[in-house]
Design a protein around this ligand. Structure first.
Ligand code: NAP
Length: 434
């Protein structure tokens, strides 16, 4: 059968991983497809100084992405540049040229994926974005195909490998956030500017995409309450362990009778739950369906090869559809709105909470904090204090029974006025067994 041709734009981590797999694994890929999948054009700004991959001389090598998109023999454009400006232009131009697109771009798809999908459908081309969330885990395919017959009620993910690496290193070695971050940067696990990872923005883009796929709703990053991991101290793990829990940056989407609550935030999760076993830079997604109950997906969240596999598999899927005739499709982002999955504020969430205080010790502190909680109808569950000699910065923890986040925030606001606090109280939800 006649070959399908690919143009790759962006030869960084993901682009070079993709190219390596396409060339090294070409024979297997051809056998699986029943026809060859060929690289026809390569583009990157510094293509001249890029190590020359083993590609045939007939492959176009260019610094100008427009040449790839306009190339008459390129059937599928792989956008592996990233960001929301040039990447958007590349995808728009590919759609205008009626070329199918494969992208790994979570940021762009989270911001305007629904709109891009609508245009792709109108143009009769295909769009695939498996690599945009949880690199090596085929979670898009799971949600769009594998369990698409179910009705998802809850989705939890660990979707940022850098944050998970930092948290599990703090947990294992008791080192501070700053020290672990520096080590992660030295090892290349964290960017020089780590904000997107440790402040939760990268995970937020991924959750926006996954929640859209899981619930068939148009969800944007601004619908998601986001909090990073900078305030986590080694002692939070000590207290969490005493409570039979650990701490992870949890991306959560769960359906309530009034709508969808979406958040990316550090949370206590029971040590016995399967998500607690996710260590280092790994990612995981746990999904509960109304009919099929629980399923769990685990793998590498990033890296040239795992993400390259996701891109190549997308290229194969799109190539198959090009050869066999592309079926009419429905955008994964927004079915006709049913209303039941409308995002609602996180302040409507009900949960048990872990509250950690650092105080200048003096009598009556617990009584005054308990008084604030009682004033908001919040029931105190336990008070924990590990031995410490530092009376000027004495940590302790209060756990409270399930309450609304709104009441909790009001209580924290009142507590913050107390002059015995070294810093504002730090709160994390305590998730039930997942
Ligand atoms: N890294 C991962 O593990 C991973 C995992 C999942 C998803 N992703 C997503 O994959 C995408 C790519 O990430 P990456 O880590 O591979 O990025 P990267 O290493 O920074 O690579 C980006 C590439 O795009 C090229 N580029 C940038 N602007 C260009 C332009 N105007 N014209 C032509 N080429 C241009 C760069 O060329 P030069 O090198 O010549 O400057 C470089 O080759 C992003 O959307 C990212 O979010 C990455």
């Amino acid at each position: 059968m006649q070959e399908v041709n690919v143009g790759i734009i962006g030869l960084g981590n993901v682009g070079s991983g993709t190219l390596a797999i396409l060339t090294e694994n070409a024979e297997q890929i051809g056998l699986k497809l029943g026809f060859p999948l060929r690289v026809k054009a390569l583009c990157s700004r510094s293509i001249g100084v890029k190590r020359r991959q083993k590609v045939m001389d007939s492959v176009l090598r260019t610094e100008d992405w427009r040449e790839v998109v306009a190339h008459p023999e390129v059937d599928i454009v792989a956008e592996l540049v990233g960001g929301t400006t040039v990447a958007r232009e590349i995808i728009d131009a590919a759609i205008a040229h009626k070329k199918s697109v494969v992208t790994a771009n979570k940021e762009l798809m989270a911001l305007c994926g629904a709109e891009i999908w609508d245009r792709a459908i109108a143009a009769g081309i295909n769009l695939a974005m498996e690599a945009s969330v949880a690199g090596g885990i085929p979670i898009h395919t799971v949600l769009r195909e594998g369990i698409s017959g179910d009705r998802v009620t809850t989705l939890y993910g660990i979707l940022n490998g850098t944050s998970n690496y930092i948290l599990t290193e703090i947990e294992k070695h008791g080192s501070s956030f700053d020290d672990v971050l520096k080590e992660a940067q030295r090892l290349g696990y964290a960017e020089a500017d780590p904000s997107a990872d440790v402040d939760g923005y990268d995970a937020r883009s991924k959750l926006a995409i996954l929640a859209a796929l899981a619930f068939g709703e148009k969800i944007t990053p601004s619908d998601i309450y986001t909090e990073g991991i900078r305030r986590i101290l080694p002692l939070d793990f000590q207290y969490a362990h005493k409570l039979g829990h650990t701490i992870r940056l949890i991306c959560g989407a769960h359906q309530t009778p009034s709508g969808l609550i979406l958040s990316v935030r550090p949370a206590l999760i029971p040590q016995a739950t399967i998500l607690a076993g996710v260590q280092g830079a790994y990612n995981a997604v746990w999904v509960r369906g109304k009919y099929g109950a629980d399923t769990f997906y685990y793998g590498r969240g990033a890296g040239a090869s795992p993400t390259g596999v996701a891109v190549v598999s997308d290229l194969m899927r799109v190539a198959r559809e090009i050869r066999c005739g592309s079926p009419e499709r429905v955008s994964p982002f927004a079915h006709e709105r049913l209303g039941e999955y409308k995002p609602i504020p996180v302040t409507l969430q009900h949960s048990a909470y872990y509250l950690r205080f650092r105080v200048v010790d003096r009598p009556g502190i617990i009584a005054s904090l308990a008084g604030v909680l009682a004033g908001k109808q919040i029931s105190l569950e336990a008070v924990l204090q590990l031995p410490s000699d530092n009376r000027q910065d004495l940590p302790f923890v209060i756990t409270v029974e399930p309450t609304s986040e709104q009441s909790l925030r009001e209580a924290l606001g009142e507590m913050s006025a107390h002059d015995f606090l070294v810093e504002p109280p730090f709160a994390m939800p305590m998730e039930k067994s997942l």
